[in-house]
Design a protein around this ligand. Structure first.
Ligand code: KG4
Ligand code: ZN
Length: 347
């Protein structure tokens, strides 16, 4: 059972979550990196609105996210995005059971904007505030517009993190392993840069790989402890291969396809190994790289072998506020004090 939540002004105690048996609307914000997002969710799963204002065009010319620019842009956009999410859902703010926001990990200045907006709404409407961990929210994206339920093994692959998680129930999970160096999304973006693709490179590399020969280059798979990952050696191997060409003759599609092949193979192999070891015949993807076509293809092919497979819809893989609302509703791993501080790294 989750902790009861308090209305910040009146102090009235309220329960939030499936065990209440009541219809509950959660309003959430998310500003941990370069997306300004707000969403309205009913009962943790039904998405009434999901508004995302991307800053990618601003950061593209720098080849990466500039934290101060991101924070300033969030500040300019957040009120419009919040009102749009409310209007699209057709709700009154008085109908909201709790306001949620991302506490971390992420860029501190960026996080502050969305989190303080959620806290302010909580005070204005005397409605409980729920602070959410961004990584936990990526996992909960699997519940959006679906009936998917724990227990399952979740592979979380985003721009900043790579984790293999055993999700025992909505409130209990265990970290089985993680990357020792680069995150999968980071490796995609770095290799994409070597191939002169625009930022963020993951989706462009994914597309380019579809024209290439995945058997052309035999890039190495890192040998690390059973549920951990490492991608920096692979990135260096790609760099070395690129240096063998003058530039003009660089076989970009073949490099992209060969890189994607070794990454997706490793990810699937480790996830299946965890599923077998813990006797959980259900696997799920989460995070921005869960949008990758080859990773999805390899994972969903397992359904033919009797494994239950789930992945969030594309719009719920990359950063969004719907997943924050779902985590606020389902998870007990949340922070409900109004004086909670943002944090930049995994705790
Ligand atoms: O989860 P996310 O939106 O942000 C973080 O919390 O990090 O993930 C963003 C990452 C970026 O590295 C982006 O290149 C990658 O997800 N990505 C992809 C694809 N779509 C997004 N990587 C590979 N293939 C894709 N289709
Ligand atoms: Zn994310």
């Amino acid at each position: 059972m989750k902790n009861p939540y308090k209305k910040p002004i009146s102090g009235q105690i309220i329960q939030i979550g499936p065990e209440t048996g009541q219809d509950q609307i959660i309003f959430a914000t998310e500003t941990s990196c370069d997306e300004t997002a707000a969403a309205v969710i009913l009962n943790g799963r039904n998405v009434l609105s999901n508004v995302v204002a991307s800053q990618i065009d601003i950061h593209r010319k720098y080849g990466g996210v500039i934290p101060e620019v991101a924070a300033r842009r969030h500040l300019e956009t957040i009120n419009v995005v919040i009102e749009e999410a409310r209007a699209q859902a057709g709700i009154d703010m008085k109908d909201v059971a709790a306001f949620a926001g991302t506490v971390g990990p992420g860029l501190v200045g960026a996080l502050l904007v969305g989190l303080n907006a959620a806290k302010s709404l909580s005070l204005v409407y005397d409605t409980p505030f729920i602070g959410v961990n961004h990584l936990n929210a990526h996992v909960c994206a699997n519940y959006l517009e679906s009936g998917f339920e724990p227990p399952f093994i979740c592979l979380l692959i985003s721009g900043g993190h790579t984790q293999l998680i055993k999700v025992d129930s909505y409130s209990e999970q265990q970290l089985l392993g993680e990357t020792l160096d680069d995150a999968v999304g980071e490796a995609y973006d770095k290799v994409a840069r070597l191939l002169d693709l625009p930022y963020p490179g993951g989706p462009y590399l994914d597309k380019l790989a579809q024209e290439g020969d995945k058997g052309k280059f035999n890039f190495p798979e890192a040998k690390v402890a059973e549920f951990d990952f490492s991608f920096s050696g692979l990135k260096t191997a790609v760099l070395r291969t690129c240096k063998n060409y003058t530039g003009e003759d660089l076989p970009k599609p073949d490099i992209a396809a060969s890189f994607q092949e070794v990454v997706s193979e490793t990810l699937l192999k480790k996830t299946l190994k965890a599923a077998r070891q813990f006797n959980i015949n259900k696997i799920a993807l989460a995070g921005g790289v869960a949008a990758n076509s080859e990773v999805r293809r390899k994972f969903f092919a397992q359904t033919d072998k009797g494994v239950a497979v789930n992945a969030p819809e594309f719009r719920f893989c990359t950063d969004n506020a719907a997943m924050i609302a779902s985590a606020a509703y389902f998870s007990s791993n949340v922070m409900s004090e109004l004086d909670i501080e943002v944090f930049s790294r995994v705790k």
